[in-house]
Design a protein around this ligand. Structure first.
Ligand SMILES: [Zn+2]
Length: 317
């Protein structure tokens, strides 16, 4: 089998090893024809198989690595003064995340901050062990800290052994507008409630590709909480997201998320392009249209949901 430098090792067991390369689609034999690998990891018939989630780390920019499993991204942003980890995945993938970080050459103890996007297990489930092994500050929005704490002791959703969740100690409570500096990264934190009562976006990420730098943002979560109040909050969030302009790289929290901006795929399909990129080719993760489309869709959705909720409440007549 032909492989490239980008080796997506998709088997932890000895039974089968599938490699992703420029011309060999991962899981092609066992997934519906034409289904992007990014979707296979989340929605395909094999998405709940543990081995398919195992991945090697891959370098996306000079100062950014993808170190997570296939369905939920963990991003490692490096600076000479210490590093930042975005999201933590969950068991049984946390050992893999830590091994991937080491493979990039980063010492776990040099990670200064770990940000948890929101209080669902797929983002927060690795935070306790990563907090312990790195000594980093762990940040989440206050409402999400409460959700994270409520996960304690429940059986892990993807863990075949269903071991009870261990959660991190409440540490950094991230508030709207907070500024966090690490080395050459000057981050602005946003609280974008909707998908959960918290949800985080981090603005100000600078991504380096040779002589070029790009403006990046990380975050996720859609608009809309419960009822009229939730819809109103959703519109506030959507307007806030829309006010962030000039984003060239949207670091998504999941590979399968729409809009992914790349026809037929998400993070892993872009990674395939990156692996075969030649000098002078555009960087496949630099794609302002993806962020703009996301912001526009979120605003349209929030406006529609608010109109519906107002109509239900009788306020639209
Ligand atoms: Zn979630």
């Amino acid at each position: 089998m032909h492989t490239t430098k980008l080796a997506f090792l998709v088997a932890a067991s000895c039974s089968a090893v599938l490699m992703l390369s420029a011309d060999v689609a991962v899981g092609a034999a066992a997934t519906p024809a034409g289904e992007p690998f990014s979707k296979t990891c989340r929605e395909g018939a094999r998405a709940r198989e543990v081995p398919i989630q195992f991945m090697e780390p891959f370098k996306v920019f000079d100062n950014l690595w993808h170190v997570g499993p296939c369905y939920v991204s963990v991003w490692l942003l490096t600076t000479p003064q210490g590093h930042i980890l975005f999201d933590t995945a969950q068991e049984p993938f946390v050992d893999m995340v830590m091994a991937n970080i080491r493979k990039t050459g980063v010492n776990l103890r040099d990670i200064k901050y770990i940000f948890v996007n929101h209080g669902h297990l797929d983002h927060a489930g690795g935070a306790a062990r990563l907090q312990e092994f790195t000594g980093a500050r762990v940040g989440a929005v206050a409402e999400d800290w409460t959700m994270i704490e409520e996960l304690a002791g429940k059986p892990g959703g993807r863990d075949p052994d269903k071991k009870p969740n261990v959660v991190p100690k409440r540490d950094l409570v991230v508030k709207e507008g907070d500024k966090i500096d690490v080395g050459d990264q000057h981050l602005t934190m946003h609280n974008a409630p909707g998908h959960t009562p918290g949800v985080m976006f981090v603005e100000g990420i600078v991504l380096k590709d040779g002589a070029n730098t790009y403006k990046g943002i990380w975050g996720g979560g859609g608009a809309g909480g419960e009822g009229l109040a939730g819809a109103q909050t959703g519109l506030v969030t959507a307007n806030e997201i829309n006010a962030i302009k000039g984003v060239q790289v949207y670091l998504q929290t999941h590979s399968w998320q729409e809009p992914n901006g790349y026809p037929g795929g998400g993070i892993h399909e872009r990674a395939k392009l990156l692996a075969t990129r030649k000098a002078g080719d555009p960087h496949p993760f630099v794609d302002p249209a993806t962020w703009d489309a996301r912001a526009k869709r979120q605003l349209e959705t929030a406006q529609r949901v608010l109109a519906e909720e107002r109509a239900k409440a009788g306020g639209a007549r």
